[in-house]
Design a protein around this ligand. Structure first.
Ligand code: PAF
Length: 282
């Protein structure tokens, strides 16, 4: 397996193996790999000649130092998981210094308002950090396709906007959410839950599904109030936000428009672990 911890060595290697008609698929991750990541890698391997997976816990996208510190780091296990999918996958696991060259700062982006809602509202600076690292990684790897999970739907919209504005020659592929047997969306943060909390967290997707049903017959506001009431009944959860928004602009649904596609977004804390999920409402 080829594993690189520095961008120059990776770029030299990719230059030596890539021909003009071969394609690079790229799966950016922060490690602590789960089946959701593995499905992105499998799809990339199927659709490209070369697949690169990055493992980098990006400090500039964390607004909460405790979250950054506690983020699981499991490089050795991650490498084993990747090699089991396909030993030809190239791993890029750089250091913070290699990426940021002593200046661990975000670039400032204009995502045309996509950055001000939900995750952006509750995690100030988060999307500038995501935009910064994804742009840097795209410049290093130069992929034809990059694979992202639908769970981070707002992130996907942000990355698409960054690609569009910077005219980057990469196609963003969105892959479906993988769920645990109780329907909890797979996430590296699930590792930080006890078994009991992990079981209890089934309520997140259950509520989203019921909210989807409610939204067919009632307004976004009434649906949101119902969700809030549900979480008030489960005191171990703190609902940070529940939002019904237009899929394209992410603007809050005030009055339903049958020509628009809507999606519900949720963020919930359980014992200081922040979990997010989303469901299409159309
Ligand atoms: O979704 C993630 O894991 C991260 O936000 C990403 C895209 C790897 C950037 O650090």
């Amino acid at each position: 397996m080829q594993i690189f911890d520095g961008k120059t060595a990776l770029m030299d290697y990719l230059r030596s193996v890539k021909t003009t008609d071969s394609s690079i698929g790229f799966v950016p991750t922060m490690g602590a790999l789960h089946k959701g990541h593995q499905s992105l890698m499998k799809q990339s391997v199927q659709e490209n000649d070369i697949t690169v997976v990055s493992i980098f816990v990006n400090p500039t996208q964390f607004n909460n130092p405790e979250d950054l510190e506690k983020y699981p780091r499991t490089l050795d296990e991650d490498i084993i998981k990747i090699s089991q999918i396909n030993p030809d996958i190239i791993v890029f696991a750089p250091t913070v210094d290699d990426i940021y060259e002593g200046k661990t700062l975000s670039q400032s982006f204009d995502f045309e308002g996509l950055e001000n809602k939900m995750e952006g509202k509750f995690r100030p600076g988060h999307f500038d950090g995501v935009g910064t690292i994804v742009k840097l990684l795209f410049e290093i790897v130069q992929p034809a396709r990059a694979y992202f999970g639908e769970k981070d739907f707002q992130q996907v919209q942000i990355v698409k906007k960054m690609v569009e504005k910077n005219h980057l020659p990469v196609t963003i592929i969105v892959c479906p959410i993988l769920r645990e047997t109780n329907n909890l969306a797979m996430s590296s943060r699930n590792e930080r839950l006890t078994l009991q909390q992990r079981n209890d967290a089934a309520i997140i997707y259950k509520t989203l599904k019921e909210a989807k049903n409610k939204f067919t017959n009632t307004s976004a506001q009434k649906t949101a109030q119902w969700v809030k009431n549900e979480f008030d009944k489960h005191r171990q959860f703190t609902l940070e936000y529940f939002e019904i928004a237009d899929e394209d602009t992410l603007s809050t649904c005030i009055r339903k428009n049958k020509n628009k596609k809507y999606r519900a977004f949720i963020a919930v804390f359980i014992n200081n672990v922040r979990l997010i999920d989303t469901i299409s409402l159309n």
